[in-house]
Design a protein around this ligand. Structure first.
Ligand SMILES: Cc1cc2nc3c(=O)[nH]c(=O)nc-3n(C[C@H](O)[C@H](O)[C@H](O)COP(=O)(O)OP(=O)(O)OC[C@H]3O[C@@H](n4cnc5c(N)ncnc54)[C@H](O)[C@@H]3O)c2cc1C
Ligand code: SF4
Length: 479
């Protein structure tokens, strides 16, 4: 065992410093400052190098965390980067936005013994950002391109990870996406203060430089049917994510200034990228000087409340029907939102929106937690006659997302979907019921996490490669 490790008894936990609330609320830049080199080395050396590393077990990518921490502690950053990137197509993204408290860090053994977890995510980010700075991250160099091609529908993390893995094996890859920029929710959903857009753009540029073709502003179902793409390519991956916003079906839902979260976040992200956005520029989707009420308690709701703070809203309130302990959003992001001045109204659910054409207030029903439901979580139930009113100039609905009707949109009614509308796959082969058509990411799992989308994309790439080899060898035998 290296003498450089097991320092958790002597060295306390330190995350990279956060920018002050006053400072970070004024802009959309990331809120964590960089680790400096000796801090990353020092913090890595706290790892206890467990025989069974629970951090690795609980990372969806099974990243070899103890080994890259050890290499970092030894100052071997290039080796640490090589190891980190061998299991993860975008470690700098995961280091920034994985809910580590529920994954790797949440299972760190030294945390269980009261020493405070190793700051795995920050080290992962540090290693990869350094690799980019030093020029260690290089496009894929194909020795001999294969003659088979794969169409990937969706340039989110699932599609991008699958594309990269298949390109490494020499296949021709075309990614079709209905947005004008690649990245999926990394570019238009997740705000800059969690993930600055240059991080996404340099990744997608690297894939372009690796010979992957990006066809933007191309909506499958509108610009081509799935069957038309099948004729042009040897295999297809559907990685379209989930975008149908869940609605609130109460009186007044059709009033003006009640928006789905993605409308609000996309407008804000586009402004950050320098685009003209009519509905933002005319004030409709800008929270400035308004009383904002966000409904929901997940990551999307946290991103909305914190975006509204940065747009200089008059007040920002978040309504959630369960309590703080039962919020689905990352505890770290809830904490950041509270620090930044968001007011949380737990055990509160909207009952009615009031207003004359435009929303003016929300009637709120107080809730309490009852018996556990089928998911095991305690069900929120109304408290009779406990209703109050909140003034609102804009309401943002962040209640989650469902899949769009893919069989109908893609004009392939025979494509099997689950009762929730997610695409059904064979879990071993990632193939749908249509031969040569695979699926990955949120469109299979339902709304999930970036790290799971990457994992799915990588798994799909392995299975697509097996499929392509099999059809190639069948053709060879037939010839
Ligand atoms: C606001 C918000 C914040 C989040 N924050 C976090 C976080 O902090 N950490 C985390 O781990 N996860 C977070 N997530 C979840 C995470 O972003 C998703 O789980 C992940 O992006 C899913 O990846 P994907 O590739 O399956 O789909 P997506 O990222 O949704 O990409 C799908 C792509 O498919 C394209 N597409 C869709 N339909 C078509 C079509 N018909 N034709 C062509 N292209 C099409 C879309 O344009 C899009 O580019 C957040 C999600 C949201 C909404
Ligand atoms: S990918 Fe996510 S879960 Fe895995 S080590 Fe990195 S931060 Fe932790």
């Amino acid at each position: 065992m290296s003498e450089k490790m097991l320092k958790f008894v002597k060295i306390g936990q330190q995350t990279p410093p956060k920018r002050s609330v006053e400072n970070r609320s004024q802009d959309f830049n990331e809120i964590y400052k960089e680790f400096i080199n000796n801090k990353a080395t020092e913090q890595s050396s706290r790892c206890s190098q467990c025989g069974v590393p629970f951090c690795q077990v609980h990372c969806p990518l099974q990243n070899n965390i103890p080994d890259w921490l050890k290499l970092t502690a030894e100052g071997r950053l290039k080796d640490a980067y090589e190891l980190a990137q061998s299991t993860n197509n975008m470690p700098e993204v995961c280091g920034r936005i994985c809910p580590q408290d529920r994954l790797c860090e949440g299972n760190c053994v030294i945390e269980q013994s009261g020493h405070g977890t190793v700051t795995i995510g920050s080290v992962e980010k540090y290693i990869t950002d350094t690799a980019w700075e030093k020029g260690w991250v290089k496009p894929i160099d194909i020795k001999k391109e294969k003659n088979q091609s794969v169409a990937i529908i969706g340039a989110g993390p699932a599609g991008l990870a699958c594309a990269e893995e298949l390109r490494k094996s020499g296949y021709k890859i075309s990614i079709y996406d209905r947005y004008d920029r690649p990245g999926g929710l990394l570019i238009y959903g997740i705000p800059n203060f969690k993930l600055e857009k240059f991080v996404v753009e340099r990744r997608t540029k690297l894939l372009k430089d690796s010979g992957i073709k990006f066809i933007q502003n191309f909506e499958v179902g509108k610009n081509a049917s799935l069957n038309e793409l099948k004729k042009k390519h040897d295999a297809i991956l559907i990685a379209t994510g989930v975008y149908k916003a869940r609605n609130i079906d109460i009186e007044g839902s059709d009033l003006k200034n009640i928006f789905p979260a993605m409308d609000f976040l996309t407008a804000s992200n586009r402004k950050g990228l320098g685009d003209k956005v009519k509905l933002f520029d005319d004030g409709t989707l800008n929270a400035e000087n308004k009383k904002i009420v966000v409904v929901g308690g997940g990551d999307t709701a946290m991103d909305c409340v914190r975006t509204a703070i940065r747009q200089k809203a008059k007040s920002v309130k978040c309504l959630y029907r369960r309590d703080k302990e039962n919020m689905p959003g990352s505890a770290r992001e809830v904490g950041n939102a509270i620090e930044e001045g968001v007011e949380f109204l737990w055990l509160s659910s909207p009952n009615k929106f009031n207003g004359n054409q435009k929303v003016q207030s929300v009637e709120v029903q107080k809730m309490e937690l009852g018996e556990p439901d089928s998911s095991g979580r305690r069900k929120p139930v109304k408290i009779e006659n406990e209703i109050y009113k909140l003034e609102a100039d804009m309401v943002i609905k962040a209640l989650g997302f469902d899949p769009e009707n893919i069989p109908k949109l893609f004009n392939v009614e025979e494509l099997s979907v689950s009762k929730w509308g997610t695409i059904k796959i064979n879990l071993k082969t990632m193939e749908t019921n249509l031969p040569g058509v695979f699926a990955a990411g949120d469109i299979v799992r339902g709304a999930s996490l970036v790290v799971w989308a990457i994992r799915d994309g990588r798994d799909a790439a392995k299975e697509i490669e097996k499929y392509l080899r099999a059809i190639q060898s069948q053709k060879g035998q037939a010839a």
